[in-house]
Every structure is written in C-alpha cells, then in structure tokens.
Write a protein that binds this ligand. Structure first.
Ligand SMILES: [Zn+2]
Length: 181
C-alpha cells in the first residue's frame, strides 16, 4: 500500500462509524452511493467552503507536481479529480468511484491534522495512523454499507450492486459475514 502522512490514530471501527453517520445523514444507508453526486451536488450545498474541481492531467501536474488521480487540498477546502477519473467514476467504474470516495475520506477525516507540517508515514508507522490507510478504509465503508451488504448473495452481487471492484466487494463481504450474528 502507498504510504501517506502521519495523522491522528483512527481504528477501522471509528472510520466505519464516520462513514455510516455520513450515509445516514445523506439518507443513503444500504443504497448504492452516488459518490459523484455527493461531491458535486450535495457537499457544496451543505458545506459552503467546499469546492469540487475537475482538472486536466497537465493542470494536475502543474498544481501538485504529480499526475495524481485525485487530490484533497485542505487549505482550499477542495477536492480535485483528474478528468479521466471523473468521467470514469460518473459512468460507474468501481475503481474510480473508489478514488472519489477516498478523497472524500481525506476531506472529512484529515482537515487540521498537521498538514501544515506534514510528516511522511513510513513502513514503521502504525497502519491506523496513516492517512492513505484511513482514506481507503473510509472509501470501502462509505461505498459498501456493512450493515446491509451481507443480505446480498455474495461478493459478485456486492460488486455489481454497490459498483465497486471485486477486491473491495470481497473485503466488505467477509467483514459483514464476520459481523453477522
Ligand atoms: Zn490519498
């Protein structure tokens, strides 16, 4: 896994509950989450500082000095997606929907968390203190609601119902089965 920055420790359960509270507030529990609509059509209205941007690859490079698929800029309250990622996420591609949800995770979890003087996470960093691990965990829990996904027939149906990759579907399916009474 790609390492990010050192952030406040958060367990998988804490991140799951943040994701579930967000789903409940958006009245999306158990449903396939229209993550692009959340970024473009919901967040800008409930959070008037927030802005969403779509960037050409050259703009991505210019502004962030890397050709990232997505970027969250806390000081500007902005999430930016590269245009090809945006287009693919809008048409329902699981991997790119995940990228959008991952950036939302950074936005919701990591504001005011030492990004002014960021410290790189290293292989010795506890995984639950790593910003990338936390954002990936958020994306999974936000896109596949564990409280409901266990009612489907298996990982294949989870992947198609929630429009996520088979890898994400399998992780959530196994977690749901472990939780089930
Ligand atoms: Zn990230």
């Amino acid at each position: 896994m790609e390492r990010g920055f050192l952030v406040r420790p958060r367990s998988g359960e804490v991140i799951r509950s943040v994701a579930h509270r967000m789903l409940d507030a958006l009245d999306m529990k158990g449903r396939q989450v229209p993550v692009m609509h959340v970024l473009e059509g919901v967040l800008p209205y409930v959070d008037d500082r927030f802005s969403f941007e779509i960037l050409e690859p050259e703009e991505m490079l210019q502004r962030f000095r890397m050709n990232a698929e997505g970027m969250t800029v806390h000081r500007d309250n902005t999430i930016a997606l590269r245009i090809d990622v945006y287009v693919a996420a809008c048409s329902g591609a699981g991997r790119h929907r995940f990228t959008a949800a991952h950036e939302l995770g950074h936005y919701l979890l990591h504001k005011d968390e030492g990004m002014q003087f960021p410290r790189k996470s290293t292989p010795e960093t506890k995984i639950y203190c790593d910003s990338e691990w936390q954002a990936n965990t958020f994306a999974r829990e936000f896109l596949v609601d564990l409280r409901y996904c266990g009612r489907l027939s298996g990982p294949e149906e989870v992947a198609s119902f929630y429009q996520v990759s088979t890898q994400v579907a399998e992780i959530q399916w196994n977690a749901a089965k472990k939780m089930a009474p």
